[in-house]
Design a protein around this ligand. Structure first.
Ligand SMILES: NC(=O)c1ccc[n+]([C@@H]2O[C@H](COP(=O)([O-])OP(=O)(O)OC[C@H]3O[C@@H](n4cnc5c(N)ncnc54)[C@H](O)[C@@H]3O)[C@@H](O)[C@H]2O)c1
Length: 244
């Protein structure tokens, strides 16, 4: 249970995407005031503020937060925005590599550095949740930049836990498996791909955005008060084993 007298503020990147929007809605239901960063807005709510942002322009992010965000007693940063390429490594240009790194890894670093430092200086409560991927633990064909960026997100999370732990700021990552979203919708047009996906799961369904949002809700709350530096796989058993 959270203390009802405390103000709770969340900053969520990728708020216009499938998982990001579900996270925002979950946090609004939990009483947070939510700031969403994305290129396009997908949500209207009295406690929601949309900040149009291009995360590849990561150097501009601290000034944006400085001018727009009012921290609460309890603060949460969720780095959820992400992009991925589907390209064999021979066709992976430096431009695409850099774009994937910018959105998936550098923007979370810049935002977390700003957030952790400010929350610590102001002696407020704070925690960070980074949306990584099972691709941060397993390699995947034709997704070199994505896999490397998500592996980096898991490492960044551990560093944030170490660097900000003395201020009571927790940092954890969530690694979704295949979740039905804008990013993966194309998989579901192809019956062979659908069969492959189901073959790789222990459970009889693919993930839904709320499977990830509920984990963010848990990690943001006091029941997760002793959890930091950890990576939570939410994948219906995708990484539990390989087919023989
Ligand atoms: N869907 C899955 O199966 C799956 C699996 C593992 C991890 N993830 C991760 O979950 C997160 C959310 O993905 P999703 O599946 O909801 O996809 P999505 O495409 O619906 O959402 C991603 C959001 O990020 C935003 N974004 C991308 N580049 C941006 C930029 N330069 N500036 C501002 N915003 C930008 C997009 O506009 C979009 O709204 C991502 O980090 C993704 O890697 C998804």
């Amino acid at each position: 249970m959270s203390d009802q007298t405390q103000t709770r503020v969340a900053i969520v990147t990728g708020s216009g995407g499938s998982i990001g929007k579900a996270i925002c809605e979950w946090l609004l239901n939990d009483g947070f005031t939510v700031y969403g960063l994305d290129r396009d807005n997908a949500l209207e709510h009295a406690r929601f503020t949309f900040l149009a942002t291009d995360l590849t322009r990561y150097a501009t992010l601290p000034a944006l937060l400085e001018s727009e965000i009012e921290f609460g007693d309890e603060n949460l940063l969720v780095n959820c925005a992400g992009i991925r390429e589907i390209l064999p490594i021979k066709d992976l240009s430096l431009e695409v590599w850099e774009q994937v790194m910018a959105v998936n890894l550098t923007a979370p670093f810049v935002l977390s550095q700003y957030f952790g430092t400010k929350v610590k200086e102001a002696d407020l409560q704070g925690s960070i949740v980074n949306i990584a991927s099972v691709a941060g633990t397993l390699g995947e064909p034709e997704r070199t930049a994505y896999v490397v960026s998500k592996t980096g997100v898991i490492g960044l999370t551990k560093q944030l836990a170490i660097e900000f732990g003395d201020a009571g700021i927790r940092a954890n990552s969530i690694s979704p498996g295949v979740t039905r979203t804008n990013m993966t919708e194309q998989y579901f047009d192809d019956p062979e791909q659908v069969a492959l996906i189901h073959n790789g799961l222990c459970l009889n369904r693919v993930g839904q955005p709320n499977d990830i949002a509920s984990m963010v809700g848990f990690l943001s709350g006091q029941n997760a008060g002793f959890i930091t530096g950890s990576n939570f796989i939410v994948d219906g058993g995708w990484t539990a084993g390989k087919q023989l």
